[in-house]
Design a protein around this ligand. Sequence first.
Ligand SMILES: Cc1cc2nc3c(=O)[nH]c(=O)nc-3n(C[C@H](O)[C@H](O)[C@H](O)COP(=O)(O)OP(=O)(O)OC[C@H]3O[C@@H](n4cnc5c(N)ncnc54)[C@H](O)[C@@H]3O)c2cc1C
Length: 455
Amino acid sequence: MPIRDALVDIVGVDRVSNDPAELFIYSRDSGAQPPGRADFVVLPKTAEEISAILRLANREKIPVTPVGAGLTLSGIVVPERGGIVLDMKRMDRILEVDELNRYVVIEAGVSQGALQAYLKKHHPRFQHSTPEAPPTATVTANALIHGHGHISPRYGINSDMIAGMEVVLPSGEIARIGACALKGKWFSRGPLPDLAGLFVGWYGTTGIVTRISLKLFPKPGFRQVIVFKTDDIDLLPEAIAEIMYLDMAEDFFLIMQEKPDWMNHAFLVVILSGHFEEELEFKKTAYKRLFSDFKGGECISFVSDLHPALEKRFLDVPPLAALAADFRKGGGFQYTGAILPVDQVPAAWRKGIEISHRYGMVCSYVHQVLMGNSIMFGFNYSFNRADEADIEKARMALEESNRATLDLGGMIWKGEKSAQKMVLAKMEPNTAALIRRVQEFLDPNRIMNPGKWEV
Ligand SMILES: Cc1cc2nc3c(=O)[nH]c(=O)nc-3n(C[C@H](O)[C@H](O)[C@H](O)COP(=O)(O)OP(=O)(O)OC[C@H]3O[C@@H](n4cnc5c(N)ncnc54)[C@H](O)[C@@H]3O)c2cc1C
């Protein structure tokens, strides 16, 4: 039977397409990476449908690439070898919110915006960790790529918040991970062997996650932003350590942009929150005096005249920090996320400016501090989508930033294909061999998002 007919048998005619206009969209993402080729787009609604699709794909040796909203921008949803793109967005049900046990179970296509709006309306005392990505980004893909959200500095990255999963293995078998595997509540993934690690960080090469449980966190009623500024980049690691040591920040990010001139400083933006006004007031006072005696005073200043428009932007959930980025004519934008130890911030900062200038760009930065031991250091580059030479420049700038990240002892987050190759080349050989063995074991026909994490 032709593949299209077999797919129509599984999901129905309305949820399969091989229309060239639609395949065009699904063969690329909106970053700077080259497009691939999709043969079919399928929008499944259930784990059972995905199971049938994967059995078919295995029989026919057809690649399968899952996509949430495709907003990682680094080409990791681009189908490199044709085949089926599985668009998860029709799996959009919020299945359970358990306030007492503090978790939410959702299907894999639920967007950040939908979950945020649902919690605000029905469970206003709780929140999930929301990334600054556009609201159409899926909650599940974000957790699966080790994303980070507006409460990550306090509670950890979003993959830490996974409390359970349902996964369709490449063979088509459906498995559950965590307490839900014992037919219990979806409240915890330990103390069983932690099988979540087989699917987190793998870019869909080991299975399709169909449901996920995420921890929920209290949502304090009062929030405030405190901003510090410095021109001494070498002070940043210690300044970050001091802010994290006080241990009261809900969110904490660094921004800088070379233009306009008033933005050309290192700004340390700290979001404080509290259940009571007095609690917030106490935290504010503690932070305001944090740097008054630091290195004799004066070198890190408290910004007392923050413009109300900026204050609102920073206090939004998620904060709109990246709006300051240099979007040039043509609207292209991609950033490479370096996960760095905080002591490497000054060196990375200088390197990013050097790379931006070499490629004729204005440098702009947004970095989120993660729990105090690391930072998501964003090397941002914009380009004109209609100008192939400009896109190529952005690719080269990204590649240089990735190389610098590894040279500084950091890790590349959601890396492009070339970045994945760099990481694997630097990796301890037995670790790389283990990755290959896990993939071969779970996916012997290598149908799952082929070309990604290819050892
Ligand atoms: C302006 C801007 C700001 C951003 N800010 C942040 C931020 O603050 N924090 C942050 O973490 N990210 C941020 N991002 C990056 C990115 O947009 C988010 O991480 C986003 O949540 C990714 O979700 P997605 O649905 O777009 O994933 P996709 O790009 O669709 O997928 C990511 C990967 O997961 C795989 N995948 C998707 N669904 C499944 C599934 N169900 N099972 C198995 N594999 C699957 C895909 O094949 C792909 O390899 C930002 C992006 C932009 C453009």
